[in-house]
Design a protein around this ligand. Structure first.
Ligand SMILES: C[S@@+](CC[C@H](N)C(=O)[O-])C[C@H]1O[C@@H](n2cnc3c(N)ncnc32)[C@H](O)[C@@H]1O
Length: 222
């Protein structure tokens, strides 16, 4: 079992099930040209997010961690005409690239990109009294995952789906002695998921073009 094999299988699934899409490909190309790191979800993962949002009938999506807007486009395309996606990004350069990519996807009316530290923009959302989100994707700085989960609960309703990416980190998530702040953030996030009576959650480990990682999935109980 190797990265090469995982790459081949991801390429096969993507070839067969995720039709080539010039808008999404241009989003990745322009992100790369602008110097953004290639830490977007893989195409088959983007499609999984889209399918999950569609399965859930999500009308309001919150994304924490925009980068160049790649996962944003996948998710926004799951929305009905009157849907809304708010995405939070710290880096103004990333947000600018995302804005152009979202515009090319004809999603500017649906997608609202908020620039700043997510803990601050989340607090602003609460002050704005936004309607609860149906679907929340957490994919920003991992040390802040516990705060993002707390905010997700505040901005949710019974039935809201919460997904967090990169919770396996090459298996380091099982290391209680880790000094890696990303892993510490993910472990605290897992402990919160376990302890929170309002949530029902699981986590899945994955291999693929993005290496050995995984995601957590939770629902706010009804
Ligand atoms: C893994 S990338 C997001 C990838 C994107 N969801 C995708 O799959 O296309 C994480 C993003 O979170 C942003 N970020 C890091 N710290 C943040 C913070 N404190 N608040 C908001 N965004 C942050 C980074 O600048 C980066 O663009």
């Amino acid at each position: 079992m190797s990265q090469n094999l995982w790459d081949n299988v991801d390429a096969y699934f993507t070839d067969v099930l995720v039709p080539s899409d010039p808008t999404l490909e241009a989003a990745l190309k322009d992100s790369k040209a602008a110097g953004l790191p290639p830490i977007n979800v893989a195409p088959n993962q983007g499609k999984l997010l889209q399918l999950l949002a569609q399965l859930h009938g999500a009308k309001r999506i919150l994304e924490i961690g925009t980068l160049g807007g790649y996962s944003t486009i996948w998710l926004a395309r799951a929305l009905p005409k009157d849907g809304k996606l708010i995405t939070l990004e710290l880096d103004p350069n990333h947000a600018e690239v995302a804005k152009r990519n979202v515009a090319r996807a004809n999603l500017s009316k649906v997608v609202d990109i908020r620039i700043g530290k997510a803990v601050e923009t989340l607090s602003l959302l609460e002050k704005e009294n936004v309607a609860p989100f149906d679907f929340i994707f957490i994919d920003a700085d991992k040390p802040s995952n516990p705060e993002y989960l707390a905010w997700s609960l505040k901005l949710s309703r019974p039935g809201t789906v919460i997904i967090a990416d990169n919770v396996v980190r090459n298996g380091e998530v099982t290391n209680p002695k880790t000094t890696d702040p990303n892993v510490i953030g993910v472990r605290r996030f897992m402990e919160m998921l376990a302890a929170e009576p309002r949530l029902s959650a699981t986590a899945i480990q994955t291999v693929g073009s993005k290496g050995y990682d995984g995601f957590a999935l939770a629902i706010v109980k009804r």
